[in-house]
Design a protein around this ligand. Structure first.
Ligand code: AP5
Ligand code: ZN
Length: 216
């Protein structure tokens, strides 16, 4: 199954992608995670991406597309994948369509996580990520037992540089202007399935799996 998750920053794409990918036994491909791993690894790709990410802007398409093309060419993605954070604008969506067509493949479904902006601001402001295992916590909604320490692996928790309030607001603008047009793009393809992304994490996961089941 080939799935794309789309939704504003903080909608819970990363959180849900983890559970959905495990349930459907497909690899989760998160462009944000790949960029962040490159930033912390100090690679050339990371150095290029960092300035854009810190401002809350999109990394240029040529960089992002080359990275996704390489990732989807790996063996584990041949039978299916869950894309989180890609495509992020119409040109990326068009390129993905061509890329898959060359392989005789196409997307099965685009799951849209719908949520109000006030709610995503609360989610992003309280987000804390584990430096060691990458798990995402929330200070109010899913707090770790010990301050600043991951319950799962004992790693240190940190706040993402792009989760400052000003940057959050800019990321939401970028979403409205560049990413939201994908809703229409995939709606026209007849593969868009919207779900309500408010409520507890496990409730949203159930909604997501229910929405995906008909495409299995
Ligand atoms: P990326 O990492 O993709 O960031 P994003 O889209 O802004 O999404 P987030 O990771 O902020 O939110 P999320 O929806 O995953 O929410 P989460 O599950 O963490 O991209 C970062 C940057 O990389 C971009 O700005 C850009 O520069 C670059 N980039 C990436 N892809 C690109 C591309 N294709 N093209 C160009 N540039 C690209 O949840 C948020 C918080 O809420 C967490 O604390 C979580 O615990 C909590 N939470 C989740 N669900 C619930 C719930 N149901 N109830 C309560 N709390 C919840
Ligand atoms: Zn951890």
């Amino acid at each position: 199954m080939r799935v794309v998750l789309v939704g504003p920053p903080g909608a819970g794409k990363g959180t849900q992608a983890q559970f959905i990918a495990e349930e459907l036994l497909i690899p989760k491909v998160s462009t944000g995670d790949i960029f962040r791993a490159n930033v912390s690894g100090g690679t050339e790709l990371g150095k290029t991406a960092k300035a854009y990410m810190d401002r809350g802007d999109l990394v240029p398409d040529e960089v992002t597309i080359a990275m996704v093309r390489d990732r989807l060419a790996q063996d584990d993605a041949r039978e299916g994948f869950l894309l989180d954070g890609f495509p992020r604008n119409v040109p990326q969506a068009e390129t993905l369509k061509k890329l898959l067509a060359e392989l005789d493949q196409r997307l099965d479904v685009v799951l849209e996580l719908r949520i109000r902006e006030e709610e995503v601001v609360r989610r992003l402001a309280g987000r804390r990520t584990c430096r060691k295992c990458g798990h995402t916590w929330h200070l109010d909604f899913d707090p770790p037992k010990r301050d600043g320490v991951c319950d799962l692996c004992g790693g240190e928790l940190f706040q993402r540089d792009d989760d400052r309030e000003e940057t959050i607001r800019h990321r939401l603008e970028v979403y409205r202007e560049q990413t939201a047009p994908l809703i229409e793009f995939y709606g026209a393809d007849g593969i868009l399935v919207p779900i309500d992304a408010t409520g507890a994490v496990d409730v949203v996961t159930e909604r997501a799996l229910d929405a995906l089941r008909p495409f299995l």
